[in-house]
Write a protein that binds this ligand. Structure first.
Ligand SMILES: C[S@@+](CC[C@H](N)C(=O)[O-])C[C@H]1O[C@@H](n2cnc3c(N)ncnc32)[C@H](O)[C@@H]1O
Length: 372
C-alpha cells in the first residue's frame, strides 16, 4: 500500500507540468534531503527584502544561509545583543487558514469550496487544512504570497515520500502505521477532491482549474507539518485561546535546537487580527551563528513524521510498555525459563512489585523507559 502510494506520488509529479505551462504547476518531486533540496523555483524572491517591504522587520545583521546539514537557516552576519528583536511579522504576513468568507464571491466563491474541502480533513491531519490554502496560493499566478512560497523547498524528505522498503525499515510499528495512514488518506483525498471539483465552475475552482493529486497534496501537507507553528488563534472565552497553525515567512527558515538562542513571542490585542509575531534573541548571538528555535518538546517519532529529522539522544523519547504478568510467564516459557512465575510471585517479589506500584488495587501497569 505504502510503496504504491509513494510511487504514485513520485510518478504523478512529472505528468501535470506540461499541460499547465501557463500556470504555476502543483507538482512535487520526492527526492533529495532537506539539506540539498532546491526551492520551488531556481531563483526565488529575496525573502528578507519582501518581509521588510510588506511591513515586517528583519534585524540588519541577519541573512539566509546554507545551514548544512539542515537545509537553509537564518544566520547572524555580526554579533547581536541579548534581547534584540530579530524578526517581526504583522498579522497580514501570517499565512493561516481562515474559515470566514473572503471577498471572492461570498458563499459560492473558491474560498467556500476550499472550506468545504477542508471540512473533510480529519482533525489529526490539521496540516492538510492549511496545506489546502497553501496549494491555492501556489496555484494563483499573482498571489500576494508567491515571494514566500517560491522560497519553499521543492521536495520534503519525510516518511510519506520514502520508498516502500525504507518505510518497512523504520522497524517501529506505530510509526509505520502513521505513515500508512497518511498515505492512504492522501490517495483517498485525491479522489474525493476530484469528485467534488468535477462539478465546480472555473470561477469557483480553488486551484484555478488545476488538478490536485496525492503528490501535490503530500507536498502541501509536508510543507505545513515541517514549517508551521501553533500559535494563539481565536479567543474562545475569558483568557482561553485556541491554538491555530500558521506559516510564518522567514521565521520558518530558523532551524530547531533543544538549546535555542531565540524564541517566538506573540503580541496580541484582544482582536486577534491585530496580532504580531516576533523572534527575540534569548542570548547574545555571535557572528556566523544560526538563529535556532525550539520547535517543541517532541519525541523523535513526531520529528521524523512531521519534519523528516531526528535528534540524537532526544530527551523526549520514551518507550511505553505494559507490565503484563501473563505475557511475562508466556515469554519465560518460550525462553525455556522453567522456574519463573510472574502470575504468582513469592512474598519478597510481591513486596518489591508493590513498592514499584506494579501490584495492588492502585497499580500503574504502564512502564515508561526514558532516554535521559
Ligand atoms: C522550519 S524548516 C527550517 C528551514 C529549513 N532548513 C529550510 O531549508 O527551509 C524545518 C526543516 O529544517 C530542517 N531542520 C531544522 N532543524 C533541524 C535539526 N535540528 N536537524 C535536522 N534538520 C533540521 C528539517 O528539514 C526540517 O523539516
Amino acid at each position: 500500500m505504502v510503496s504504491a502510494a509513494a510511487s504514485r506520488m513520485l510518478t504523478a509529479a512529472s505528468t501535470t507540468a506540461a499541460s499547465l505551462a501557463h500556470r504555476r504547476p502543483l507538482t512535487c518531486r520526492a527526492t533529495a534531503s532537506a539539506a540539498t533540496a532546491s526551492r520551488l523555483v531556481p531563483h526565488p524572491a529575496d525573502l528578507i527584502h519582501w518581509v521588510r517591504r510588506e511591513g515586517g522587520f528583519v534585524h540588519p545583521n541577519l541573512r539566509i544561509a546554507d545551514g548544512d546539514p539542515y537545509g537553509l537557516g537564518v544566520v547572524a552576519t555580526n554579533e547581536i545583543p541579548l534581547g534584540s528583536e530579530l524578526i517581526a511579522l504583522p498579522s497580514h504576513l501570517l499565512l493561516r487558514f481562515d474559515r470566514a468568507p473572503e471577498s471572492d464571491g461570498g458563499c459560492d466563491g473558491p474560498h467556500s469550496t476550499l472550506v468545504e474541502l477542508a471540512r473533510r480533513v480529519p482533525d489529526e491531519l490539521w496540516a492538510m487544512r492549511l496545506g489546502l490554502k497553501l496549494l491555492q496560493e501556489r496555484a494563483t499566478t499573482r498571489s500576494f504570497w508567491w515571494p514566500y512560497i517560491s522560497n519553499l523547498p521543492e521536495t520534503f524528505s519525510i516518511p510519506i515520500f520514502f520508498p516502500g522498503d525504507d518505510i518497512k525499515n523504520l522497524h517501529y510499528a506505530p510509526l509505520i502505521h502513521q505513515v500508512n495512514k497518511r498515505c492512504r488518506f492522501l490517495l483517498e483525498f485525491e479522489k474525493e477532491i476530484k469528485s467534488i471539483l468535477g462539478n465546480v465552475s472555473l470561477r469557483n475552482h480553488p486551484f484555478g482549474g488545476q488538478d490536485v493529486n496525492s503528490s501535490s497534496l503530500g507536498w502541501a501537507m509536508s510543507a505545513v507539518s515541517s514549517r508551521a507553528f501553533q500559535l494563539y488563534g481565536e479567543i474562545l472565552y475569558s483568557d482561553k485561546h485556541k491554538n491555530i497553525p500558521m506559516l510564518l515567512p522567514l521565521i520558518d527558515m530558523c532551524n530547531h535546537s533543544f538549546a535555542p538562542n531565540a524564541q517566538i513571542v506573540q503580541e496580541q490585542n484582544m482582536n486577534s487580527q491585530n496580532m504580531s509575531i516576533k523572534v527575540v534573541a534569548d542570548m547574545q548571538i555571535k557572528q556566523d551563528t544560526h538563529v535556532l528555535l525550539n520547535y517543541g518538546s517532541l519525541s523523535n517519532d513526531f520529528f521524523l513524521l512531521d519534519y523528516g529529522f531526528v535528534i540524537p539522544s532526544n530527551p523526549h523519547d520514551h518507550v511505553e510498555l505494559k507490565y503484563d504478568e501473563a505475557l511475562l510467564d508466556a515469554a519465560s516459557l518460550a525462553a525455556g525459563v522453567s522456574s519463573s512465575s510472574f502470575l504468582s510471585p513469592s512474598d519478597w517479589q510481591q513486596d518489591i512489585l508493590s513498592r514499584l506500584n506494579l501490584r495492588g488495587d492502585e497499580a500503574l501497569l504502564k512502564v515508561f523507559l526514558l532516554n535521559s
